[in-house]
Every structure is written in structure tokens, then in C-alpha cells.
Write a protein that binds this ligand. Structure first.
Ligand code: GDP
Ligand code: MG
Ligand code: K
Length: 300
């Protein structure tokens, strides 16, 4: 008689410089659009849990904002969120772009990782599709000189290459544990956050360079009607009147398109019909306003 394998579970943080592919890896693993992807760095401002569940294991991923040296109060909040995540987890995936050389950002992250105790740290060399296999070994040697890694795993988050091997190896380091989330759940109910991020994503896509990361989206209300329709009211904060004009567009065309696209994604995500209302407000220099940061949910 074969003995049934014990169910394992754990929390895993994904860290790395902006743009190395953390969100892409998360999406590849979870197979659903939950983390926001963009060519522009720092689109992901908060940690989102992605839950990967099989018959044998459940891995709860934290897609942390990039650890980097803070340059504003918002930066400080992000760094704290990332650092506290490192001490709470069962394993850490340190993601790097294998096609780029080690820079100051990477050294800073490794300094943080060296402080972490008793937690396996994987070096995940991402974007292997961008290099020739011969270029891999020198990269591994360079990183190994900086610190000891529990495992070194090359992957392509974009095309999925070796991602299953990464999950298998990761599972070996997890302990016996409960199923924290139902098997069909992919996120830790950050619905408001995800909806705000979807709106931000559409805005960034529609406006390109004119609208920088100085926009913030706050979900002001979310309520379910008796017929199942979900009402969502969201405010887009910009720094200047000119930005407000760009976002609204000619006769409201741009904002309308952003709303339409965001609503479609939200309906897929929440599985219900949605009525979405968007407002644009000017709020100068919101990045350094402590109180607004709190309202927007960036806590210490
Ligand atoms: P994050 O800031 O670390 O979350 O990075 P993203 O997941 O947003 O990815 C940044 C950019 O790198 C996007 O344009 C991705 O399509 C791209 N990218 C991510 N993973 C790979 C990969 O394995 N190969 C290649 N060629 N591009 C990738
Ligand atoms: Mg990201
Ligand atoms: K937000």
C-alpha cells in the first residue's frame, strides 16, 4: 500500500529590481492576469498574493514592489513593505534579468538578502530566451561571488521555459502545511487594489509618455446591488491640470475608453457585471503627502 504524500504549503516572496519580470513570472505561474505588467518600471506598488495550488502543494506568492533605495516617502513605504515580507516568508525568489549585468540595485538587494536568516533564497535567472546558453555560466559565477544561494534556477517567465522545474524545486523546500486558500482562489481578495491597478494600467497604456507615474487611483466605493451588479467608484489623482485634460481626452473619449477596458477586465476577474464610474482630481505632489498615502492604503 502506498502512503499518501503529506500536503505542503508556504509563502514565497518574489523580489528583484523593477522590470526583471516578477509580474510576468507570477502571471505565468498563476495563469491569470492578476499582477500588472508594463514596460515602465514600478507599476506594481503593493504586494499581491498569487496562489498556486496542486494536489500536493499550495504556494502563496507575494509579488513585492522592487526593493530599491527610496527617493520619496512613497519609496519608503514600498521598501518597508518589501523588507517585512522577506522575514515572514518560507522562501525567497530573487529574480534577475540574466541579460543585464549586476548593478547597484542588485547589490543593494543582495545586502538585504544577506540579512535574512533561515530562509532559502533562490537566485532565479530570468529572460534566458534573451541570451546564448554559453553566456549563462559567467553570470552564475558573478552572482555566486556575491552571496550563497540555496538554489540557482534559470527560467524564461515570458515563455514559461523551466518554470515548472522552478515550482518543483521550490516545493521541496516547503514544509507540511494546510491549504490556506480554496483551490480555485488565485488572489488574496485584493479586489479593490487590483481594480485600482487595472485602471492605472489602462491609463498608462492609453497615455504613453505624457502621463508619468504621478497618477494614483483610489477606489472610493464598491458595492453590490441586489441584482448582482457591482458598483465601483474610482478617483484618478493627477498632479497638474494639464494632466487632467489629457486623461479626460477630447469630449471625454480617453477616459471613456480607459473605463471600458478596465471594466471588461474587472468583469472577468470578479465574475460579475460592473458599473464603473471614474473621476479625475488634481492633487499636487501627492507622493509626499503622508495623509493621502494613508488614505490610499500605503501603510507602514
Ligand atoms: P517586474 O517589474 O519585475 O514586475 O517586471 P514585468 O513582469 O512587468 O516585466 C518587465 C518586462 O520584461 C515586460 O516587458 C516583460 O514582457 C519582460 N519580460 C519578463 N520576463 C521575460 C522573459 O522571460 N523574457 C523576455 N524576453 N522578456 C521578459
Ligand atoms: Mg511588476
Ligand atoms: K493604487
Amino acid at each position: 500500500m502506498t502512503q499518501k504524500k503529506k500536503f505542503k504549503s508556504g509563502f514565497v516572496a518574489i523580489v528583484g529590481r523593477p522590470n526583471v519580470g516578477k509580474s510576468t513570472l507570477m502571471n505565468q505561474v498563476i495563469g491569470q492576469k492578476i499582477a500588472i505588467m508594463s514596460d515602465k518600471p514600478q507599476t506594481t506598488r503593493n504586494k499581491i498574493h498569487g496562489v498556486y495550488t496542486t494536489d500536493e502543494v499550495q504556494i502563496v506568492f507575494l509579488d513585492t514592489p522592487g526593493i530599491h533605495k527610496p527617493n520619496s516617502k512613497l519609496g519608503n513605504y514600498m521598501v518597508k513593505a518589501a523588507e517585512s515580507a522577506l522575514n515572514e516568508v518560507d522562501a525567497i525568489l530573487y529574480l534577475t534579468d540574466v541579460s543585464e549585468s549586476i548593478g547597484g540595485g542588485d547589490r543593494y538587494i543582495m545586502e538585504q538578502l544577506k540579512k535574512v536568516k533561515d530562509t532559502p533564497v533562490f537566485l532565479v535567472l530570468n529572460k534566458i530566451d534573451k541570451i546564448h546558453p554559453e553566456q549563462m555560466l559567467p553570470v552564475i559565477e558573478k552572482f555566486s561571488k556575491q552571496m550563497n544561494f540555496t538554489e540557482i534556477v534559470p527560467v524564461s517567465a515570458l515563455n514559461g521555459n523551466n518554470v515548472n522545474a522552478l515550482l518543483d524545486t521550490l516545493s521541496k523546500y516547503l514544509q507540511e502545511g494546510p491549504m490556506y486558500y480554496p483551490a480555485d482562489q488565485v488572489t488574496d481578495h485584493p479586489e479593490q487594489f487590483v481594480c485600482a491597478e487595472l485602471i492605472r494600467e489602462k491609463l498608462l497604456q492609453q497615455t504613453r509618455e505624457e502621463i508619468p507615474h504621478s497618477i494614483a487611483v483610489e477606489i472610493e466605493s464598491m458595492s453590490v446591488q441586489s441584482n448582482g451588479l457591482v458598483n465601483i467608484g474610482a478617483v484618478i489623482y493627477v498632479e497638474r491640470d494639464s494632466q487632467k485634460g489629457i486623461i479626460i481626452g477630447k469630449q471625454g473619449a480617453l477616459l471613456k475608453e480607459v473605463g471600458r477596458q478596465a471594466r471588461e477586465d474587472m468583469e472577468k476577474l470578479l465574475g460579475s457585471k460592473i458599473y464603473l464610474e471614474l473621476w479625475v482630481k488634481v492633487n499636487k505632489d501627492w507622493r509626499n503627502r503622508e495623509s493621502l498615502l494613508k488614505t490610499l492604503g500605503y501603510r507602514e
